[in-house]
Design a protein around this ligand. Structure first.
Ligand SMILES: [Zn+2]
Length: 283
């Protein structure tokens, strides 16, 4: 009887362990495709793609919390870390990793936005009750991260999944997407999301961004789902709405509205599911 009771307790415990999801009061974590985890870092979305031999981390978020600790709750495999571009909400936690891949044209931005000093500034600007606590507080080793440039066509081999770099300049000069070739998934950073910012100083002219979108449409059969750097996954044909939106801005047929954000003011146009915030001085 005693033996049966012990066995029962062991069974319940093992069930709890298997079914338990990694918890955090900072990150919101969910599996969005097989072995693809979405780690939401207060609105900045990081993806962890787990392969047979290694795992790919797409973007490092805003950098205020213990990202590497969160990732280690999901996988113990060797990590390859890449930034889709150099903005501070995509490269923020680079300092938690020894090396990070980024496109050459965004290398300086990634270097500026990913230092431990920046972490201190980010935390100092946050009310104390909003700062990460417990396991979410980063107390690990900080790195003088080595940034390694990538170019179009580079492929990261995870053992049973291959992710190819696609250059997608526009939102920033060095923006890239990553295509999971076998599974037809596109990790798009800020190139494709519900509202793309094309008005910031480092954005390329809107007409250049249109070429990027048209290049993506030519490859649209190569992916079924888009995993953006902000917001939930999108169907591949979402890019067609983006193309229509940018064309409507360029040919003057879009009735744009004023757009205000914490970072500055611009204009915004919406067509179908896609909105683009732009500067009339940078078409
Ligand atoms: Zn960005």
């Amino acid at each position: 009887m005693k033996k049966r009771a012990i066995l029962l307790v062991a069974c319940i415990l093992s069930t709890l362990i298997v079914n338990s999801q990694p918890t955090s009061s900072w990150f919101v974590v969910k599996e969005v495709a097989k072995d693809v985890w979405q780690i939401n870092d207060k609105g900045a979305v990081i993806y962890l793609i787990i392969g047979h031999d290694s795992a790919l981390v797409v973007d490092t978020g805003i950098g205020a919390a213990n990202l590497v600790g969160q990732i280690r709750k999901l996988t113990g495999k060797p990590l390859i870390v890449i930034n889709t571009h150099g903005h501070g909400d995509h490269a923020g936690a680079n300092y938690q990793f020894e090396k990070v891949y980024v496109h050459q044209a965004d290398l300086d931005a990634a270097a500026t936005n990913s230092t431990p000093e920046r972490l201190k500034a980010v935390l100092a600007n946050m009310p104390e009750e909003q700062r990460p606590s417990g396991d979410d507080q980063f107390k690990g080793k900080t790195f003088n991260t080595k940034l390694i440039p990538v170019v179009e066509g580079d492929v990261f081999n995870l053992g049973d999944r291959w992710l190819k770099v696609i250059e997608t300049p526009g939102h920033t000069p060095g923006g890239i997407c990553l295509l999971d070739i076998g599974n037809k998934l596109l990790f798009s950073g800020d190139t494709n999301n519900g509202l793309v910012w094309l008005w910031m100083k480092d954005a390329l002219p809107l007409s250049r961004y249109l070429l990027t979108l048209e290049k993506q449409v030519q490859k649209i059969d190569e992916f079924t789902t888009i995993f953006p750097g902000h917001g939930d996954p999108l169907p591949a044909d979402f890019i067609k709405d983006q193309v229509a939106c940018v064309k409507a801005i360029l040919d003057g047929s879009c009735q744009s509205k004023p757009y205000e954000s914490f970072a500055g003011d611009a204009k915004v146009c919406t067509v179908g599911r896609a909105s683009v915030a732009f500067s009339p001085e940078n078409l």
